[in-house]
Design a protein around this ligand. Sequence first.
Ligand SMILES: C[S@@+](CC[C@H](N)C(=O)[O-])C[C@H]1O[C@@H](n2cnc3c(N)ncnc32)[C@H](O)[C@@H]1O
Length: 294
Amino acid sequence: MGSPLKSLVHDDDRYQRSFHLFLERSSEHQCMRDFIHSKLPDILSSIGDGKSHLNVIGVGSGAGEIDLEMLNELHKKHPGVTVDNEVVEPSSQQLHNYKVLVSQKPELNYIKFTWNKMTASEFEERWKLSETTKKADFIHMIQMLYYVKDPGATISFFQSLLDKNGKLLIILVSGESGWGKLWRKYRHELCNTEISQCVTTGDIKSLLDSKGVSYHSFDLPSQMDITECFTEGDEKGELLLDFLTEVLDFNKTASPELKDGVLELLRHPDCSMESEGRVIFNNNLGVIVIDKPN
Ligand SMILES: C[S@@+](CC[C@H](N)C(=O)[O-])C[C@H]1O[C@@H](n2cnc3c(N)ncnc32)[C@H](O)[C@@H]1O
């Protein structure tokens, strides 16, 4: 049964504000940057098979900050190569922010950006209708598989687009993070499976294992300061709580029992630690890298 609570995804403005605050309160992007500078270069070194032109697809790119960091590493590994970068992003606000970022960086003139204001499934539909034989060398979906109806099918489709030596990179919260614990207990109350899945890298690994798909994985330690969530009436705390639960106006619309249960679990040692009067939520992420299918 779907949750009677309204998903945060229905209100793009509030979703983007809560995501922005989450980025401010967490080491989310910093831990991704650490991975991009330490591990990603080796992963990218083998793609392309010596070609002078590379095709990249970013799915759920947001404002593009992380995409541009990855494209920079790609450029360092393959200097002199031109890049066709398809951006798949349904939020017009985020797409606009990404375009602004690109316009401030003339050095990116080796990249041709194609802006697809659409969801992953709309992109898939359009790709299939076009009957193109184009293949991709690097595809990434960072913190977006929560928002597709069938994460397994989405992975299979994008994996099928990979060219020889191509790589598909997925980042999601880890099954052992506070998110994983929250969802194990409150999946049915919080996740409307029509539009959002409480999926972790643990779930994706089990799925890939069951299909016999091989992959490489990495852990990215990360934290999030959720102290404000525990101050009744705190506007920022409410925004963060919406992001944590994926529920629009969670504080105002959830039943008192659900609210109490979620708040109790959020500060429980399973999900968070207390340090210098702050409540620090375990935001650990996982990376999964998949090759072209055999
Ligand atoms: C948590 S944000 C991550 C943004 C970016 N990848 C990052 O890590 O900073 C999720 C992004 O996925 C986008 N999104 C939501 N539903 C989507 C869908 N069905 N297909 C593709 N992207 C989607 C959202 O608009 C948002 O920009």
